[in-house]
Design a protein around this ligand. Structure first.
Ligand code: TPP
Ligand code: MG
Length: 572
């Protein structure tokens, strides 16, 4: 018979750190604060098992925790100080919420003896994060830490996953308590019933133009393999929701493109004309439905099967014909061997794939024709991506923040399968660099490339210091067009030639990269990119330091299909 040793008295900070070990945490991203010194001290005995990644800004740290979770499937853990730390971190908490990413956030709090006086840096986190976290709580008693932390991990990882915030009053962290640790959390996932699966089979058998849409979180490699078997068994066309493009190998003959901003018009038409959409995993939100236009609200014209991990998500906006609450591994395993005897749609997969491949060819601004010269001649961004395709490993992790530059990755880079894309559907600028840093230090064997705009890059460029400190070696490609180009695009379209608030005077980005002990290069012409990329690859692999390649982008190259001048003149 084994006996559990009687618990000994420990300070709250130690109980928190011990709880992290119980829940299998190996990495904490954070910026320290005096408000939670006792937790840092509690982590000291665990320092060989739990790495505290010291970041340079809480926004960067929060994005790193989000990227870590996306990359590993484990909850990201974030620690920040009260008030200013929490407010900085909020961008990443919001992103994790919109993307349904499991995250547990620990925030320092003023002591319970001062609370509700608007003491130094005091914020009521329940109110502050009420709308952007799955659950927010404050642990007022050290003896309840094991319960609260277990609850937090449970909520973050079950159903529709998301961020959970725990506030830690300072006096609670130094109070002694004699309590046993909890056991490790175990995520709860629903699965489809036999009648639901039979309905799905019947709907598929009756369909003429079905289409699969994959999205959301909670996927595993096994689940993606199972879905591929289902797709191959039934020769189904597969699309991925905006910024979940890595759920299905883009090189597979059944992959037909991504659904979201900048969608291929042919794909958009295909979704509208399909008679059955099977959405596995995505929230059917604004980004995934091209602004609620692909499916009519609340009852789509197409038959709709919506499968999601969270029951609350089903029936939000759309009344699907069949709603199934299921974890992704569970539904994928159930569909793996489902085979429907129908060849009604076999021909359209080839057609849809051909339309996807045509969408990937050299776009209008660069392609000169007999009667028209190329609109932009200097640096061809399409060629830049072709060079990346030729040079980089297929499983390269591509990260990006927000801006028009991201189109060059989303549309032209072939994501090769699960965990090759790190990006947010919340459209947060500044995500790409910290995500690349988190990826580079979490999976040092992988190659990591960040696509960043000049605006986007400087929102969290300082996290290159974190990369350098932990031997992380991402390659960052900065698309320097001297402006917040996306906003300028909208500005020229709505208010032609009245430029205000969108122009940027920039530093030398290559030198900025070098300042962190990294590699820096400028690329002004198409043919310079290949050599710069090869040099960056050699440097990052050899020196384990980051690289920055600055592309001098012609401001006219505002999207793959139009120029700034064309936008400006369209309305005049
Ligand atoms: C944190 C944040 N602030 C502001 C915005 C609004 N916004 C979206 S794109 C964009 C401009 C991006 O500029 P840049 O990174 O230079 O990329 P470009 O569009 O020029 O390619 C802005 C300001 C945002 N999405 N996120
Ligand atoms: Mg820009």
């Amino acid at each position: 018979m084994t006996t559990t040793p009687a618990p000994i008295a420990r300070p709250g900070g130690q109980i928190i750190a011990d709880a992290l070990a119980v829940h299998g945490v190996d990495t904490v991203f954070g910026v320290p604060g005096e408000s939670y010194l006792a937790v840092l001290d509690g982590l000291y005995p665990h320092r060989d098992q739990i790495r505290f990644v010291i970041c340079r800004q809480e926004g960067g740290a929060a994005f790193m925790a989000d990227a870590y979770a996306k990359l590993t499937g484990k909850p990201g853990v974030l620690m920040v100080t009260r008030g200013p730390g929490a407010t900085n971190a909020s961008i990443g908490i919001h992103a994790a919420f919109q993307d349904s990413v499991p995250m547990v956030v620990f925030i320092g709090q003023v002591g319970t003896d001062f609370i509700d006086r608007e003491a130094f840096q005091e914020v009521d986190y329940r109110r502050m994060f009420g709308q952007m976290a799955k659950w927010v709580a404050q642990i007022d008693r050290a003896d309840r830490i094991p319960e609260y932390v277990a609850h937090a991990f449970q909520v973050a990882t079950s159903g529709r996953m998301g961020p959970v915030v725990l506030a830690l009053p300072e006096d609670m962290l130094v109070a002694q308590a004699t309590v046993p640790d909890a056991r490790a959390h175990s995520p709860v996932r629903a699965s489809a019933g036999p009648a639901q699966l039979e309905s799905l089979r019947a709907m598929l058998a009756a369909a003429q133009r079905p289409l699969l849409m994959l999205g959301g979180t909670g996927w595993t490699r096994g689940a993606c393999d199972d879905i591929r078997a289902f797709v191959e068994n039934n020769r189904l066309p597969v699309s991925c929701a905006f910024r979940y493009q890595d759920l299905f190998d883009n090189r597979h003959p059944s992959y037909i493109g991504d659904i979201g901003i900048g969608i291929n018009p042919k794909l958009s038409a295909r979704v509208k004309e399909s008679d059955l959409v099977i959405a596995i995993g995505p929230r059917l939100g604004e980004m995934t439905t091209s602004g609620y236009t692909l499916l009519s609200v609340p009852k789509p014209a197409q038959k709709l099967v919506h499968i999601h991990a969270g029951t609350d998500e089903l029936g939000t906006v759309y009344q699907a014909d069949l709603m199934i609450a299921s974890g992704m591994p569970e539904i994928a395993a159930a569909l793996r061997d489902m085979k429907v005897e129908s060849s009604a749609w076999a021909a359209c997969v080839g057609e849809a794939r051909a339309q996807y491949e045509a969408w990937q060819r050299q776009p209008p601004i660069y392609a000169a024709s007999a009667d028209q010269p190329a609109k932009v001649a200097t640096l061809n961004l399409w060629e830049v991506v072709q060079t990346l395709k030729r040079t980089m490993p297929a499983d390269t992790i591509i990260t990006n923040g927000a801006g028009n530059f991201a189109t060059w990755a989303h549309r032209f880079w072939p994501y090769a399968g699960l965990r090759t894309q790190l990006s947010t559907t919340s459209g947060a600028m500044g995500y790409g660099v910290p995500a690349a840093v988190a990826a580079a230090i979490t999976a040092p064997e992988r190659t990591v490339v960040c696509f960043a705009g000049d605006g986007d890059f400087l929102m969290n460029g300082q996290e290159l210091a974190t990369a350098a400190q932990y031997d992380g070696a991402p390659i960052v490609i900065v698309f320097n067009n001297g402006m917040y180009g996306t906003i300028r695009m909208h500005q020229e379209r709505e208010y032609p030639a009245r430029v205000l608030g969108t122009t940027l005077a920039n530093p030398d980005f290559a030198k900025y990269g070098e300042a962190f002990g990294g590699f820096g290069a400028h690329v002004g012409r198409t043919e310079e990119f290949g050599p710069a990329l090869k040099a960056a690859l050699a440097f990052t692999r050899d020196k384990r330091r980051p690289a920055v390649i600055e592309l001098k982008v012609d401001p006219q190259a505002i999207t793959p299909s139009t120029t700034l001048d064309a936008l400006r003149n369209a309305k005049r």
